[in-house]
Every structure is written in structure tokens, then in C-alpha cells.
Design a binder for this molecule. Structure first.
Ligand SMILES: Cc1cc2nc3c(=O)[nH]c(=O)nc-3n(C[C@H](O)[C@H](O)[C@H](O)COP(=O)(O)O)c2cc1C
Ligand code: SF4
Length: 649
């Protein structure tokens, strides 16, 4: 069925076993700028899972840019041995490995010690994300950096990687030279396209000289930066055409978005609200203009879509960064007719991009083993299975049940409602969030694969529980909604969960009192506005959606702006009388009054369910609480604790 995805393809001198590649993604699994055992284990899992090509995360190469805590550093020879170890291990599984070279130019926020950095670019034009004013590079510095690219490429070749990719995209240094908005130079590196391309061309020429003809050399390029100061896609295509005539480049990898402004940044790490496969048409445009292979990535998380990209000749390879973070076995699964077992990435950005941008090792909310391969190892079967009862069918309970059953235990999962999923069922009901339901679908697939006995509408009491004779009980009963303790008179105050469930009605003029600053306030604001209500979102934080991943939040705030939702921040809900709702400014301490309100919808702290606390009192049962039953948090912690609760049991 996926035959076309399993065909080899040549990227210059390197034959790649199939059409799926793992695009570069910063993992924060390196250590002090070097390849670590954690990083090797991470990539080996994907190589074992069948991916044809791994393009490793951005490596920095010059002291003018680079954090050793966050990036691998290819600016000296220490990088060689670790890269070599990684490449040799991945190649044993038939996977080729390239390294990506990177300089951010002005795109840097902090220095190594937390102070404001000195950043360098073509000219002193600042951007709208980092707000650092770059120092224009001297000609000597430009040649020094070109030389650093070549030396770094040489180190990658010395490490026996199969190829080198130059990041020329996303508004970073090379793109800053290409773009006349950021390149105001009047020397040989600025002015017309030929001059603005000189930096990139020299880098390519020097890298090719250094690595020779036996290694692949590619570039990552953005056709559509999605910012108002972007280079026109036609001009980027012209850049690629000219590179074709130089004949040093073996492939073009197309991406979208830019680091220079929020709307561009959102497209570099596209959240679930952005259309799947949104870069494919850009790739197809470039493919029509060049002869060398074109690679594409961006919200492609299903083999069906990948197949159509290849079958329709829109690109030569399909990249899946987050899809492989969520499921390293992705390729093996579709290649062996098990596509329905794929744990599809839902584009939530929480544990991958979210961890990365906070400088923590990446993982996946659905797959806690991701990024923890070296620490946790693989799931181990037990010699003698025990009897495990899981109470609660949300993500924590489902994960605990699936892992326990996979290990060889007899597992029953009891859910008191008629549906698995817990709070995921609320999140997926909001506009643009349907994909979130994938968490439940994926976990359900694991439950059935490992033959967990699932009982819906099941209320366990002590005699019934004891009759099952469990050795361990996992209490995953989740949380309950609650209202804030404020005075409310003569106006409807309803909680967000009841509204999403359709159990509470709302009037025309709605104020959302959003203590949580998470998906519930943003999602309800969008839903109400789409349904024609007048919506005011009052948030108890410095920005709406402060508790969720910044890119998801930024995109959502844009949607709310378009819908005319009024957003007020630093607002502490203090009560409501008649048609007026009262807030207190959280730093000024002054009252904020909101008039003509029909309904206040509260997004407030949930409370752990204590309905099965009695289980912990039963002497002969080992009971363990997980997820929101322990303390209300997010799906990520629920799934991780579900796994941990049975990992060594
Ligand atoms: C955690 C994370 C880190 C990333 N770091 C890089 C990087 O170092 N270099 C790069 O070119 N792209 C980077 N990207 C972008 C990915 O290569 C890819 O283009 C993007 O995630 C969209 O593809 P996907 O939908 O398959 O995840 C990163 C993506 C993620 C999720
Ligand atoms: S955390 Fe979310 S976006 Fe990231 S890989 Fe997992 S499902 Fe995908």
C-alpha cells in the first residue's frame, strides 16, 4: 500500500533506503555541546524504527553564536568522535545520517550567562521576536564565518556522516543576507541578488571543497516566511535556480516560516490549528523549478499524506519531526501493514517544542519514552504476570493499563462513564482542537493491542474490587471542576467544563474569568465568538494562554483577535453583582469593572477526585495514584505517571 514510500532515493552520492526522513530538530539531549548517550539512544530508536535518513539537529559553528547547553557545537574537533559513534550505530539499521550547520545571526535572545547578547548580522536591522540590535558583520568576520562553515562541514565529514545540510532558512543568518530588508550592505555581500547570495554561495562552495564529492550537501530553504518582511517566494526559487547552475547542491529541503516575527515563528513549529501538509505546495513549486531532489516537512503525520506527496511527485522525500518524536516506529509500522498502530502526533507542541524552547530535553505528551530512551530503556516483560486494576479511563489510566498489559500483566480498566478519554474529551470539543482527541484514539489502540479488559459505566466498590483480587490498583480518577470562592449575585456563574459538555447555558454577553490561562479559556472564547456571542476574556496572567506552549498560544491569540474577542490581562476575578463583573488588577490592585454581562464562565483550578481514596486503606492492595487524581495538571504528566506506575512493577 505504501510501496512508493519504501523506494530508495539518491541524494547526491548517498542512497537513502526509503522516502521518510527525520528533519533536524533540537533535542536538548546533547551535553555541553557534545553528542551524549541520551542523544545516541534517541536517534537509534528512530533508525531502528525504519526511517531512511536522519538529519541531525542544528549545530553551531562559530563563537559569535551558540549555546553549548542547547546546541551541538561543530566549531571544534571535539564533536567528531560523538557524531561518529551516532552515525555508525544508525547506519547499522540502514539509516543515513546528515548534520545541519546553523548560525542564527540576529536571532538570539540571551547570551551564555543570561545577559543580553552581542548578535551579528548583515546589517543592524532588528527583528520582532528577539528585539536584539545586531552588529553589522565586518568583511573579515564574514569570511571568517564562511571559513567556519567549511571547517565544521569538514568535521561532519571526518565523523563519517553521510552528508551536510546548510540551514539557509527561517530568517536566520544566511536568510538575513539573502533578504534585502535585513541586508542593507553596499559591499560585495549586499545590493542585488547576486551580491546578497554571495554569502550562501561562498559557504556552499567552501563546504563542497572541504567535504569532496562523496558526501551529500543540501540546503534547508524557506519559500514562504509568512512575515510581512519576507523575501518573495519567486526570488527564493531564483536563488535555487542559480545554485542549480553552480552544481554543488544535492538537494533542497523546503520549510515554512521565520524566526523573525511571531506569525512566521508559528509556522516553523506549526500547531494543530495549522493545516496538515501546509508546506507541500511550496515544495511542489520548487520541484517544478529545479532538477535536484526536493524534501518537504510540516505537519505531515500520516503515511497516507506522505504517500500522496511522493505519488504525485510533489517532493522526493517527506520529513516527519514530531510524528517520529511521537512514534519512532512510524516507518516500520506502515511498512508492515500496521499503519493503524501509528501513534499520530497531534501538533500540541507541548513536550517537544515546549521543552526545547525552555531548554529541557524533548519528549512527547503521548510517548514519555521519547527523549528518555537511554534513561528508561525498553518496556520489559514480566516473568509472572500479576493482576492489575486501573480505576479511571483518562490518559493516565489508559497509559498505565496499556503498559502493564504490554509487560504481561492481567489488566482490567474500569471507567465510570460511558466513554474513555477523561478531559481529552473536553479539549477536543473546542474549535480547531479535534486532533487532540487523537490522544484517546491512540491510547485506545494500545489498550486493544495489549488486550486490556475495559469496563465502561463501571462503578467499583470494595466488594467488587476485592472480588477481582488485584495485586495493584492504579487510581486514575482524574479531577473535578470547581468554582472560585467569590461572591456572585444575580448573574449566572458557570464552570468551563459544564459549558463544554453542553450542561450549562450561556447568554449573549459573556465574560470568561480565566484563572487557568490554558486551552479552556482560549478555546471557549473562540467557540463563543464563532457562535455569535460578545466575548470578553479576562486572564489572571500576563498574557492570555500563559500556561500553554507559547506558539500554540500566539496562534490562538491571533484567531481571537480576528474574531473580535476583547482580552484583558492581569485580571483577578473578585465577584459579580447584577450585570457587572469585578476584577482586580493583579499589580495595580485597582478594580476593573465589566458591565452588561449575562454569563460569567469560570476557568478555574480543578480539584483532585478523592472518590477512590478508600482503596488506599485496603491493607493487602498496593495502590498508587496518578495524574490529576494526585494533582490536577496536563495530559503530559498524566501519561508519564501512568507509565511510571507500572514501569517496574
Ligand atoms: C523540537 C523541535 C526542534 C526543532 N529544531 C530544528 C532545528 O534545529 N533545525 C531545523 O532546521 N528545524 C528544526 N525544527 C523544525 C523541524 O525540522 C520541522 O521542520 C518542523 O517541526 C515541522 O515538521 P513536523 O510537522 O514534521 O514536526 C525543530 C522542530 C521541533 C519540533
Ligand atoms: S508533544 Fe504533541 S506535538 Fe510534540 S510530538 Fe507529542 S503529540 Fe506531537
Amino acid at each position: 500500500m505504501y510501496e512508493c514510500l519504501l523506494q530508495p532515493v539518491d541524494l547526491g552520492p548517498t542512497r537513502i533506503a526509503n522516502r521518510i526522513f527525520n528533519p533536524p530538530h533540537g533535542t536538548t539531549l546533547g551535553h555541553k555541546g557534545q553528542v551524549s548517550d541520551d542523544l545516541i539512544a534517541y536517534h537509534e530508536a528512530r533508525a531502528r524504527g525504519g526511517v531512511g535518513l536522519i538529519i541531525m539537529e542544528s549545530m553551531t559553528l562559530h563563537p559569535s553564536y551558540g549555546f553549548e547547553e542547547a546546541f551541538l557545537y561543530a566549531g571544534d574537533d571535539r564533536i567528531i568522535s560523538g557524531l561518529n559513534r551516532l552515525a555508525v550505530i544508525c547506519r547499522k539499521h540502514g539509516t543515513a545520517v546528515f548534520g545541519q550547520l546553523f548560525h542564527a545571526g540576529r536571532g538570539v535572545r540571551l547570551s551564555h550567562d543570561g545577559s543580553r547578547p552581542l548578535s551579528y548580522s548583515a546589517s543592524d536591522v532588528p527583528d520582532e521576536r528577539y528585539r536584539v540590535i545586531p552588529v553589522p558583520m565586518s568583511t573579515d568576520m564574514i569570511w571568517e564565518i564562511i571559513d567556519s562553515y567549511a571547517s565544521a562541514a569538514g568535521r561532519l565529514a571526518d565523523a563519517e556522516l553521510d552528508g551536510v545540510e546548510i540551514l539557509a532558512s527561517m530568517g536566520y543568518l544566511i536568510a538575513q543576507f539573502l533578504n534585502p530588508h535585513t541586508n542593507r550592505r553596499d559591499d560585495e555581500f549586499g545590493g542585488d541578488l547576486t551580491n546578497r547570495m554571495r554569502f550562501l554561495r561562498e559557504i556552499i562552495n567552501q563546504c563542497r571543497l572541504r567535504i569532496g564529492k562523496n558526501k551529500t550537501l543540501g540546503i534547508r530553504i524557506t519559500l514562504d516566511e509568512k512575515t510581512d518582511k519576507a523575501m518573495p517566494p519567486d526570488e527564493i526559487i531564483e536563488v535555487c535556480r542559480r545554485l542549480e547552475t553552480d552544481n554543488h547542491i544535492d538537494y533542497y529541503s523546503v520549510i515554512s516560516g521565520s524566526s523573525a516575527a511571531p506569525e512566521g515563528w508559528v509556522h516553523v513549529f506549526p500547531p494543530m490549528a495549522i493545516k496538515q501538509g501546509f508546506v507541500i505546495d511550496d515544495a511542489a513549486r520548487l520541484k517544478a523549478a529545479v532538477d535536484k531532489p526536493v524534501l518537504v516537512a510540516g505537519r505531515i503525520n500520516q503515511p497516507q499524506m506522505a504517500r500522496s506527496v511522493i505519488a504525485e511527485n510533489k517532493a522526493d522525500m517527506v520529513g516527519m519531526a514530531r510524528a517520529l518524536i511521537a512514534d519512532p516506529e512510524f516507518v516500520n509500522k506502515f511498512a508492515s501493514q500496521r499503519a493503524d498502530e501509528i501513534r499520530a502526533c497531534i501538533g500540541c507542541n507541548q513536550a517537544c517544542v515546549g521543552h526545547r524552547l525552555a531548554h529541557f530535553p524533548i519528549s512527547c505528551i503521548q510517548n514519555p519514552l521519547s527523549g528518555r530512551e537511554n534513561k528508561l530503556g525498553e518496556i520489559r516483560s514480566v516473568a509472572a504476570g500479576k493482576r492489575i486494576v486501573v480505576i479511571g479511563g483518562g490518559p493516565a489510566g489508559m497509559k498505565a493499563a496499556a503498559v502493564a498489559a504490554q509487560r504481561g500483566h492481567y489488566v482490567e480498566l474500569h471507567e465510570k462513564t460511558s466513554r474513555l478519554g477523561g478531559q481529552v474529551n473536553l479539549a477536543e470539543a473546542l474549535p480547531g482542537r479535534a486532533e487532540f482527541g487523537g490522544v484517546t484514539t491512540n491510547l485506545q489502540a494500545e489498550l486493544s493491542k495489549y488486550q486490556v479488559r475495559v469496563f465502561l459505566n463501571s462503578h467499583l466498590d470494595e466488594p467488587r474490587l476485592l472480588s477481582i483480587k488485584p495485586d495493584r490498583v492504579v487510581i486514575a480518577t482524574g479531577a473535578k471542576t470547581r468554582l472560585p470562592e467569590v461572591e456572585v449575585e444575580g448573574i449566572d456563574l458557570v464552570d468551563s467544563w459544564s459549558v463544554i459538555r453542553g450542561e450549562a447555558a450561556v447568554g449573549k454577553n459573556i465574560v470568561i474569568a480565566d484563572w487557568s490561562c490554558d486551552w479552556s479559556g482560549l478555546g471557549l472564547a473562540e467557540k463563543f465568538a464563532c457562535d455569535g456571542h460578545y466575548v470578553r476574556l479576562y486572564c489572571g496572567g500576563s498574557v492570555a494562554g500563559e500556561s500553554i506552549q507559547a506558539i500554540v498560544r500566539d496562534h490562538w491569540i491571533g484567531i481571537l483577535h480576528r474574531l473580535g474577542v476583547e482580552i484583558v490581562t492581569y485580571a483577578r476575578f473578585s465577584g459579580a453583582v447584577g450585570g457587572s463583573v469585578y476584577f482586580q488588577h493583579m499589580t495595580a490592585g485597582e478594580a476593573i469593572v465589566c458591565d452588561n454581562v449575562d454569563t460569567v464562565v469560570s476557568c478555574y483550578a480543578a480539584r483532585s477526585s478523592s472518590e477512590c481514596d478508600w482503596v488506599e486503606q485496603i491493607a493487602d492492595i498496593s495502590a498508587i495514584k496518578v495524574g490529576d487524581a494526585l494533582a490536577p495538571r496536563t495530559v503530559e504528566e498524566a501519561v508519564l505517571e501512568g507509565l511510571n506506575s507500572v514501569w517496574n512493577y
